[in-house]
Design a protein around this ligand. Structure first.
Ligand code: ZN
Length: 192
């Protein structure tokens, strides 16, 4: 009996090192880019590349906007006047970010991409938004003070690509305008 209890008592201790090894393996792949200390907060992130790897994968304009927080010139983006139904994905990692519409019920869908007149593709919410909850979307918000007054930057949750900014002057009850660079996106038409 005593031997059995000792054996049972050892079980949890045998399980713990296994979990610890898996955690180290998860964060190890991210450490090269993010540095020590913040790997724990990056466990849900997808593949990350070095600066030179992103430069090889992206066009110079895509690299400047998404990896160097650039902004495409207004009225220059290929998706500004795109009225097709479909999904806008991250140009870096293909994560679905913004839909041109969302289903309200079986009879009705609501347009989420709209013409704001500002010169950049504009969306009233990110894909996956539920009320004011953005935990199931592909985006993150970050305070950006690079131009003085604080603005809210929008980045890809999976690869941290800079996408654009969100402003509180949009349509509808939420009143949000996601001002997103076309070059940060890839459009995939809705399947009919
Ligand atoms: Zn991404």
């Amino acid at each position: 009996m005593a031997r059995l209890l000792r054996a049972l008592g050892r079980l949890p201790f045998r399980a713990v090192p296994g979990r610890a090894v898996r955690c180290r393996a998860d964060s190890g792949g991210l450490r090269a880019r993010s540095g020590p200390g913040d790997a724990g907060s990056l466990t849900k992130r997808g593949p990350t590349l070095s600066k030179s790897e992103w430069q090889k994968k992206l066009t110079p304009e895509q690299f400047h906007v998404t990896r160097e927080k650039g902004t495409e010139p207004p009225f220059s983006g290929i998706y500004l006047n795109n009225k097709e139904s479909g999904m806008y994905h991250c140009v870096c990692c293909d994560s679905p970010l913004f839909s041109s519409w969302s289903v309200v019920n079986v009879w009705h869908s609501s347009e989420k991409k709209y013409c704001s007149g500002t010169g950049w593709p504009s969306f009233s919410e990110a894909h996956g938004t539920s009320g004011s909850d953005e935990s199931n979307t592909g985006i993150l918000r970050r305070v950006d003070t690079s131009l003085g007054p604080a603005r809210m930057e929008v980045v890809c949750k999976q690869c941290e690509a800079h996408l654009g900014h969100v402003f509180p002057d949009g349509p509808g009850p939420a009143g949000q305008r996601f001002c997103i660079n076309s070059v940060a996106l890839t459009f995939k038409p809705r399947k009919r």
